[in-house]
Design a protein around this ligand. Structure first.
Ligand code: 5GP
Length: 120
């Protein structure tokens, strides 16, 4: 869990509108925006507005309802942008490609190349 004094993550700064992003969906607790370095025709980051949880395991243990909401938002984004067909990737840990330690899913869609497993 992040301490209250933790530096805001890049995603918290997007939530606060300090950094611009193309926001494609938003609920009270979840936000989705286009990835700045897309790895697929559709590449959307879906994250919690709170940076309390660093990865999907922490979120599942700490707030399963919020994880379900994040996945529901991802599904709606995919319905709108890639006919409901998509890959959902949660990187966990640096060696697995995680660079932002604020739980998020990558929605990847639209004629994915074989092997588009990692988001980086
Ligand atoms: P991770 O590597 O942690 O799984 O995913 C982090 C993702 O955030 C990367 O795909 C990266 O391109 C994206 N990202 C990093 N900084 C920004 C930013 O300032 N704006 C947007 N829209 N995406 C970002």
């Amino acid at each position: 869990m992040a301490s209250p004094a933790a530096e805001p993550t890049i995603f918290s700064r997007i939530v606060a509108r300090e950094i611009p992003a193309t926001i494609v969906a938003e609920t009270d607790q979840v936000i989705a925006f286009n990835d700045i370095h897309p790895q697929a025709p559709v590449h959307v980051v879906v994250t919690t507005k709170s940076q309390r949880y660093r990865n999907v395991g922490e979120l599942a243990a700490g707030d399963p309802a919020l994880l379900a909401e994040l996945i529901a938002v991802a599904g709606r984004v995919a319905d709108e942008h890639c006919n409901g067909e998509y890959r959902l990737v949660f990187n966990t840990g640096e060696s697995a490609g995680q660079t932002v330690f604020h739980v998020h899913a990558h929605v990847l869609g639209g004629d994915l190349e074989e092997g588009t497993l990692a988001a980086q």
